[in-house]
Every structure is written in C-alpha cells, then in structure tokens.
Ligand binder design. Structure first.
Ligand code: FE2
Length: 624
C-alpha cells in the first residue's frame, strides 16, 4: 500500500538516486553518490591500514632496507625527509603555521626523536594527518608518491627472484612456489580467480586441431580423444572474446594480449584432477602452433603464461567488474527508488548493497578511467578494456546467470566427469543456503503468486529494472518483465544476494593470493611471441613478463583489492529485522552456514585447499 509517508520518502530517494548512462556507456550506474552512500569511516580505516602496509612494503623495496632497527625505522626516515622537503617548499609564514599547529609531533619529527616501533609510526602519521591542512597533506602525499616512483624498480626481471623481491614486508604468496607446475595451472581453472571459463567439449573444435598424438603424449596410450569426448572428460577454456582487441601501451611500454584456447582432460582412473593437454596461443591454427607439456619447457611455460594473461584480462573486465559490480548496481538503485525502506524486500536486500555504489563510483571515476589503475596494468587499451566490461554486462542475461544453470550450460555440473571443482562444489552449498533463507523469508510476506502480482511496489521495481530509462537489466522477470510467481521471485533474489556476496568473494579475494605475485598471473604480456617452439628460451619467457615497476603496480592494486573483508554473510546488524517471525529462519540460515564451514574444512583435507567460499570469508556485499 502506498502511504503518504512512503510516497514522500520515495520522492526524496528518487532525487538522491538517479541513473547515469555515460560513466560507462550504456551501462546504468548511479549518477551522484548521496551522503548515505559514502564510504563509512570503518571502511576507510580498513583501506588505510592495508594502504599503509603497501606503502611500507613499497618504501623498503624501492629504497632498500637501510639496516637500522627495522622496516619502521626506514619508513620513518623516509617520511621525515619528505615532510621536511614539503615544508621547505612553503613560505616561512606557512611553515611556521604548520609547525605551530603540529606542536605535538614537530619536535619528534624535526629532531628525529622517535622510537622505532610501528605503533609510534602510526601515531606520528595520525598526528600529521590531524594537524596539517588538507592542501599540505595532499602535497606531502604527492611528494611521497613522486619520490617512490623515482626509486621504483627499473627494467625487466633478470630472474624470478627480482619478482619475489617485490615482497619485503608483505608476505610472498604461496603461489610463487607452485605456479609453474601443470597442477597449479589446471587448479587455476577450478579454484582460481576466474573459475568460470571451462566448458565441456563434446566434439572436436575446428579452430583447435588437437590430435591423438598430442593427447596421448599427456594422458597415456590407454586413453584417446575419442574416448574422452564420449565420456565427457574434455574441457576447453576459450578466450576468443579477446581476439582483435587493441593492445595497450600505457604507461610506457607496448603490451600484448592474446586470445588463446586451452584444452584440459580428466584422467579416467587414478588421480582424477584436471590436467592441461594443449594450448594454442591464438584463434587461428595456421598462425599459432599447438603446444603441450611435451613441448620445449619454456615454450610450454610461455603458452601457459599467455593463457594466464588472457584469463586475468577476462577476469577483471568481465567476471569481476561486469558480472558482479556492474551487474548488481542497478538493483541497489531501483531498490532505493521503488521500495520504501520498510518494505520487506528492501529490508532483506539493503545490507547486500552496502558500500557497492560507492566502490562502483570510485571505479568509474578512477580505476577504469583513462590513466587509472586498469589502464596501467591490463593488456588492452583502456577503451578496449571498457568495451569488454560492457560486453560482459550485455552478454550476461539475468535469468541465465542463475548459478546452477551456469554450471549446467557450461557442462561442468557433473561431478563424476569433473570430480575436483571447489568453486562449483562450495558455490552450490552457499547458493542453496541462500535460496532456503530467501524462500523462508519471502514466504513470511507473500502467501502465494497472487500476493507477488498484487504488490505494486514490487512490480514497479521490476519494471524500472528493465526500463531503458531505468536499470537496463537484461533478461529480467517473467512475461513482459513482470514478476508472476513466488518461485521466480525467490530465484531472482537468491541470485542477487549470491552475486553480491559469494560470487564476488570467489572472484575478488584471489586477487591478493593468486594475482599479486605477477609471474603467476600477469595482467599483460610484454613481448610478441608468436613462434613458440623448440627454440624458445628462458630469456623469451622473462621478456613476456611485465617490467618490474609494472609488476609492482599490479602487486599494489591487487593486494589492496583482495584484502578488505568488511562484513560476513548472514550476519545482519542487531535489530535489522525487527519482526520476530524473521528470527528462526535467520537462525536456520546462520546454522546452515556453520555446517557449511565444517563441510568445507572437511573437503579441504581431501583436495587442494580452497577457502574463498568459506562463509566467514564471504562479505555481505560488494564494497571493494
Ligand atoms: Fe571487487
């Protein structure tokens, strides 16, 4: 029922939440961020802490460990030096003012009377921030960045140790020790940052003429391609969408992006983990040879790296940005514009949108803007990367994005043929838990399909989501985009909550562990290597990898993005749901998540550890 209070507050909300189609045309994003949608101070503090850890690491890497009392000491020396330089650039009155305002810290700063512990360092930084003016702080921060940039590692890595050395106070991720193995390469497809590429191959792919000789060289003479096709044990990762993308060169060097095809198989017996069989580094078999684990080891390593580069680019633009951040954005906007705050669906969904419009807005303004982080580290030009993101949205119809359906459509839902697939197996548990919670919850408010059809707010919400001057969501709703049944509403809300929580967690957090050590998953390659084969050398491999300053940029950005767990799935704020009837369904949901935690721990004893879908590692919403 539309009461006058509701109508009034919806009116206000519609002013605050407006659509914009030009930030990333033609995707629907929020136009301007309202006060309520700004990042919370708790979120800012979490970012500041990670940012500080990255700063410390960068200072030690770029300027060296100067061998005094430890990292904190080196960092302090650097900050003091930069502070003094920034101060020296000001006129004496301004200098005096800053020193006067900062009476608490200036003696320590200027005379170096600082103890060497990190806490003191953090206090010093807090003192600086709270005492000096905003413009001085900006100049100080810019000087810090500038000085670090001048000292950043130069040129290409001579060996892998150069890449390992980029980690000084930040721990080197475990993948640094295993990424060159075929096991890890295969594991990336089923438990990596982009675990959505594999598709079952049921007939030969003409663009990728793998022969029995290739196949048996890897899988043994007792197996054959025909048998593997027949039994559904062959899987392909095809990066054809990247074919023809313009290669970028920002900020300083030519980058290369390939559109490879990779074939994997599951052995019939024995260790039934997925194994890589063959890679072709481009879509045209006349131009790109087929390589296998039997090829020259550096040619094979280059081929795997080229797949990793393609996977990283698809991951960031399509799987991560488009199909979680941008996919969910319109739902947050339409919810505020069409559902009163007291509406049960608004109450259920809002915690799953927390911080998302802010991070999406930040992304469009900085991260995916020309000259931003994506432009720096991804392989294609920024325009091409932005087009991938738009394509990622436009080719991901809502109704076919249902998690079980996605698995089915890719032919990877069968655990007999593809036994080890942690993302699928843990994802299904979480999907079903969310489904049960959503079903229990919505049934409290909708007795039947008629109740769904008669809820005018809900119907207006659905209409706005698909409207051209609304959310532009593709393939949403039942007939004519209307919501007709309770069953559909439950599916739809399950998908929204699952994508905002579990799906985003599965693709966001591996950025830190699996993508920040650049050789394991470079976001761009830096050499034109079309003729991989017997002549390929270690030097060719190293030439493919990013220059060290670019590797450091990748480390900084992906470590940051993979480090902020703001909330936890199923843990709503105390008193969020006021009605007592919600208590027991919510309790059931939380209990089920506890059980799932146990199941995942149990599974991890018998498979390579996969923890991205452990409930405690899944935030409620997308906010990083
Ligand atoms: Fe994210």
């Amino acid at each position: 029922m539309i009461t006058s209070v509701n109508a009034q507050s919806l009116q206000e909300k519609r002013q605050k939440y407006q659509y914009n189609y030009t930030h990333l045309p033609p995707v629907a994003m929020v136009d301007k961020l309202s006060e309520e949608e700004q990042f919370s101070s708790r979120w800012r503090l979490m970012i500041a802490k990670v940012g500080f850890a990255i700063l410390v690491n960068t200072i030690i890497v770029n300027r060296g460990d100067r061998g005094k009392a430890g990292a904190a000491d080196d960092v302090k020396a650097f900050l003091i030096e930069t502070f003094k330089e920034t101060l020296a650039g000001r006129q004496w009155i301004a200098r005096f003012k800053i020193l006067w305002q900062g009476a608490k810290f200036t003696p320590r700063l200027l005379f170096g009377r600082l103890s060497t512990d990190v806490e003191d360092l953090e206090n010093l930084i807090k003192d600086i921030i709270s005492s000096v003016s905003g413009d001085f702080l900006k100049e100080f921060a810019a000087n810090v960045q500038q000085k670090l940039k001048l000292d950043s590692p130069k040129g290409r890595g001579d060996d892998l140790k150069d890449f390992q050395d980029l980690f000084q106070t930040i721990e080197l991720p475990a993948v640094a020790y295993t990424y060159e193995t075929d096991e890890m390469f295969a594991s990336m497809r089923v438990a990596g940052p982009n675990p959505v590429m594999l598709e079952r191959l049921t007939a030969p792919e003409p663009r990728f003429p793998v022969t029995d000789a290739h196949y048996q060289g890897v899988m043994g003479d007792s197996d054959s391609l025909a048998a593997a096709y027949g039994e559904g044990r062959l899987y392909i990762a095809n990066y054809g969408i990247l074919d023809g993308a313009l290669n970028g060169s920002f900020p300083a060097e030519q980058k290369y992006l390939y559109a490879p095809l990779a074939l994997f198989a599951v052995p019939k017996v024995g260790d039934r983990r997925l194994r890589p069989v063959a890679i072709q580094c481009g879509q045209d078999p006349d131009r790109f040879p087929i390589l296998t684990p039997q090829s020259n080891p550096y040619a094979w390593l280059c081929a795997k790296t080229i797949v990793q580069v393609a996977d990283a680019n698809f991951h960031e633009a399509v799987t991560h940005l488009a199909r979680t951040h941008l996919f969910i954005g319109p739902f947050a906007i339409a919810t505020h514009r069409q559902l009163p705050d007291s509406h049960p669906l608004s109450l259920l969904l809002r915690p799953h949108f927390q911080g998302m419009l802010a991070i999406n807005n930040e992304a469009q303004a900085k991260l995916i803007a020309a000259g931003g982080g994506v432009n720096k580290i991804l392989a294609a030009t920024i325009d091409a990367s932005r087009v991938f993101a738009v394509l990622g949205v436009q080719t991901y119809g809502f109704n076919s994005a249902m998690f079980p359906l996605q698995l089915q459509q890719r032919g990877v839902d069968d655990a007999d043929n593809l036994p080890i697939y942690p993302y699928r197996d843990d994802g299904i548990l979480i999907w079903e838990a969310i489904y049960d919670w959503v079903a229990d919850y919505l049934k409290l408010y909708y007795a039947d399909d008629a109740a769904v059809r008669q809820d005018t707010h809900l119907q207006a919400w659905a209409q706005e989501l698909i409207a051209h001057d609304g959310g532009r969501v593709i393939e949403f709703g039942e007939t004519n985009g209307k919501l007709q049944t309770l069953a559909y509403l439950i599916d739809a809300i399950t998908l929204i909550i699952f994508t905002a929580s579990a799906q985003h967690a599965a693709v966001n957090f591996p950025q830190k562990d699996l993508m920040s050590f650049t050789p394991a998953m470079p976001t761009a390659s830096y050499a034109a290597l079309e003729k991989l084969g017997d002549e390929t050398t270690e030097a060719d491999y190293l030439s493919l990898l990013p220059p060290l300053n670019q590797a450091q940029e990748q480390l900084k950005l992906l470590h940051l993005l993979g480090s902020v767990h703001f909330s936890e799935l199923g843990r709503y704020d105390n008193g969020h749901f006021e009605e007592t009837q919600v208590e027991s369904p919510l309790q059931r949901f939380q209990n089920r998540l506890d059980e799932i935690t146990e199941i995942i721990h149990q599974r991890n004893r018998d498979r390579p550890t996969y923890e991205y879908l452990l409930p405690k590692n899944i935030p409620q919403s997308i906010n990083i």
